[in-house]
Design a protein. Structure first.
Length: 542
C-alpha cells in the first residue's frame, strides 16, 4: 500500500483545523522562527522537540524543554508515535494529533459503522447486513492498496448498488473547475468522459452550499424544470460534496463531487442509507486527500531533484582546486543555507598577480544563486581582459543594476596580491576583512569603502593598498559566519572570529580554516543554519 505523508493536526485560536505535513525526515518544533513547526506559546521552548523518521517509524524526542513533551498525557523523553497519538508541547501548551493518512480512513469508517443503528427490513432492496458488507469491502480495498481510481470505482459501485441509480460519477476540482475522474453504470461497466452528462443545476447547488442533495424518488421544486434534467429525462438524482484537507490552505474544502442519477426512480433511501452514502462520500474525499498528498510528494521529489542538480551546478562554479601561488597558501570554504545560495568565492590570474573575490548576494535560494552566477561570470570576464580592479567593478555594478530587481544587491570584497606581498583591495558594502599581523599578533580591519553592487546605477570603486609580510594572514568572510546562531539565538560574532584568528593564524591557512569550521559547528549545534557561510584564508609563509 502506498501510504500518504503523515501529518499533525490541531485546532487554532478560532477553532479551525490546521495541518502540518511530515514530509521531511526530521522536523524541529519550537518557538524559534527557523523551526520547522513554530508555536508561539509561553510553555513552548525555543527548541522544544524533534520529530524524525527511523526504522521504527515516526519518533518524537524532547530537547530538554522546560515544560516537557507529553504523549497521550504522559511526559516522554523519546516516544515512537502511532496514528492518533496526542502530542502536547508543555503542560498547557498546544496539542497536536498524529494522522498517518489512509489508515485513519479505515479507523474513521470502522467507528462510523459501529455507530449505525442496524434494523433489518424496512422495505429496502438490501438488508442492513448487505449494506455494511459494502463498507467492509471498501475497507478491505483501502487495506490492500491505494490506487485512487480503484478506490473511486469501488465507492461508485457501492453507491450504485445501494441507491439503485443507473449511473454514477466522481468529479475532482482542478484549476478551479470540476473535471471528470471516473464513472460507472449500474452493471459496473466503466463510463468514459464522453458519457458524462449531468444536472449542472444540482452540481452548482452542492458546490456552492456544501450540502448534499437527495432526490431519489422524484425531482421536485424548481429543479424539475431545469433544461439539463428535462433533456436527459431524469427522474432521480443525488449529489454529495467530497471534502478533504487541502495542503496549501490547511483547511477542509470541497475538492470534488459524487453524482448519481437515473431515468427511473432510485430505491427509497432510509436514514441508514443516507448515512452510508454520506460516509462513502467522506471516504472518496479522503481518497482525494491522500491523492493530493501523493501528488504533493511527487512534486516535492521532483523539486528536490532539480535543486540537487542546481546545487551540483553551483558547486562546479567554485574553483575545483585552490591556486598555487607561492609564498602564499590558501584555504577556502562555502556552504549554502539551502540547496543553492548567494555566496561565492573565486580566483583569477592577473598577470603575475593573483586576484581573489568573495561575494554575498542579498536573499537566499535560487534567485540569489542566479544573481551570484551572473556576477561571478561578469567579474571573471572583466579580469581576463586585464582591466584594473576598480574599473572592472564599476562596469559590473552597472550590469547588476540593469539586470536585477531593485531589492537585489550584492556585497563584495575583491583583492589582488603580488608575490612580494603588495596588494590592492576593493570593498563594496562588505563586512571588514581581517589582516592578522604576525609581528605584533594584532588584527587590522580592511574596511569596505564602496556601496553594495546593484544599489545605484552609477557607483565608483577605489582600490586601497595593503601589504602582507611574512606570517601575515588575510581572512575574508561573509556575514553568515559572524551571524551564525546557536539554539539560544546568540550570534557567533566578530569577537569569536578574531579570537580564533589570533590563536590559529600562526599555524597556516588550512589549520585556521578548520578551526573556524570546527568552532562554528560546536556553537551552532542543533540550530538551523539561517545564512550562507563562506570564507577565504590566505597565509604568507616565511
Amino acid at each position: 500500500m502506498a501510504s500518504a505523508a503523515p501529518c499533525l493536526q490541531w485546532k487554532n485560536d478560532v477553532d479551525s483545523t490546521e495541518v502540518f505535513h511530515l514530509e521531511a525526515d526530521e522536523v524541529f518544533v519550537g518557538r524559534r522562527e527557523d523551526a520547522g513547526l513554530v508555536f508561539r506559546h509561553p510553555e513552548v521552548s525555543r527548541r522544544h522537540a524533534r520529530i524524525y523518521k527511523d526504522a521504527e517509524g515516526l519518533t518524537v524526542i524532547d530537547l530538554e524543554s522546560t515544560h516537557g513533551t507529553w504523549v497521550n498525557g504522559s511526559r516522554v523523553t523519546r516516544h515512537v508515535l502511532r496514528s492518533g497519538d496526542r502530542i502536547r508541547f508543555g503542560l498547557t501548551g498546544p496539542e497536536v494529533t498524529l494522522n498517518t493518512g489512509a489508515a485513519d480512513s479505515l479507523n474513521a469508517m470502522s467507528r462510523a459503522v459501529e455507530h449505525f443503528t442496524i434494523s433489518p427490513g424496512g422495505g429496502a432492496p438490501q438488508s442492513a447486513i448487505a449494506k455494511l458488507s459494502n463498507l467492509l469491502e471498501l475497507q478491505y480495498s483501502f487495506g490492500q492498496n491505494f490506487s485512487a481510481v480503484d478506490v473511486f470505482r469501488h465507492i461508485l459501485k457501492s453507491v450504485l448498488d445501494l441507491s439503485g441509480a443507473q449511473r454514477g460519477f466522481i468529479l475532482r476540482h482542478r484549476r478551479d473547475a470540476l473535471d471528470y475522474t471516473v464513472g460507472l453504470d449500474s452493471a459496473g461497466a466503466e463510463l468514459g468522459r464522453s458519457d458524462f452528462r449531468a444536472s449542472t443545476s444540482v452540481i452548482r447547488r452542492v458546490t456552492e452550499s456544501g450540502a448534499p442533495v437527495f432526490m431519489t424518488e422524484g425531482i421536485h421544486n424548481e429543479l424539475a424544470a431545469q433544461a439539463s434534467i428535462v433533456a436527459q429525462n431524469l427522474r432521480a438524482v443525488a449529489c454529495l460534496p467530497l471534502r478533504a484537507m487541502v495542503r496549501d490552505s490547511g483547511q477542509t474544502e470541497t475538492v470534488g463531487i459524487l453524482y448519481i442519477d437515473s431515468q427511473t426512480r432510485m430505491h427509497a433511501l432510509t436514514g441508514l442509507d443516507q448515512k452510508i452514502l454520506t460516509k462513502l462520500a467522506e471516504e472518496a474525499g479522503r481518497a482525494i486527500e491522500n491523492l493530493l498528498m501523493v501528488e504533493g510528494l511527487a512534486e516535492r521529489k521532483k523539486l528536490d531533484h532539480d535543486l540537487a542538480l542546481a546545487h551540483e551546478a553551483q558547486r562546479n562554479l567554485l574553483p575545483r582546486e585552490l591556486p598555487e601561488f607561492p609564498p602564499f597558501d590558501i584555504d577556502a570554504f562555502s556552504r549554502p543555507t539551502r540547496h543553492v545560495g548567494g555566496d561565492f568565492y573565486d580566483f583569477f590570474p592577473a598577470g603575475k598577480s593573483l586576484c581573489g573575490v568573495l561575494a554575498d548576494i542579498s536573499g537566499k535560494g535560487v534567485a540569489a544563486a542566479l544573481t551570484a552566477s551572473m556576477i561571478q561570470g561578469a567579474i571573471g570576464a572583466e579580469f581576463r581582459s586585464a582591466v584594473a580592479a576598480d574599473r572592472a567593478l564599476t562596469f559590473v555594478n552597472t550590469l547588476v543594476w540593469q539586470k536585477t530587481p531593485s531589492n537585489r544587491f550584492a556585497t563584495l570584497f575583491l583583492f589582488t596580491l603580488s608575490p612580494d606581498g603588495s596588494g590592492l583591495y576593493v570593498g563594496a558594502g562588505h563586512n571588514p576583512a581581517y589582516l592578522y599581523r604576525a609581528a605584533t599578533g594584532a588584527i587590522e580591519e580592511l574596511e569596505s569603502q564602496g556601496v553594495p553592487f546593484g544599489m545605484f546605477r552609477e557607483a565608483l570603486y577605489e582600490a586601497v593598498a595593503f601589504q602582507m609580510h611574512s606570517g601575515d594572514v588575510l581572512v575574508v568572510y561573509s556575514d553568515g559566519l559572524t551571524e551564525a546562531e546557536n539554539i539560544a539565538g546568540d550570534m557567533f560574532g566578530e569577537d569569536r572570529v578574531k579570537e580564533i584568528v589570533e590563536r590559529e593564524a600562526p599555524h597556516g591557512s588550512s589549520e585556521l580554516g578548520q578551526a573556524i569550521l570546527r568552532e562554528v559547528e560546536v556553537f551552532t549545534r542543533d540550530a538551523i543554519q539561517n545564512d550562507d557561510l563562506t570564507f577565504v584564508v590566505i597565509h604568507r609563509a616565511a
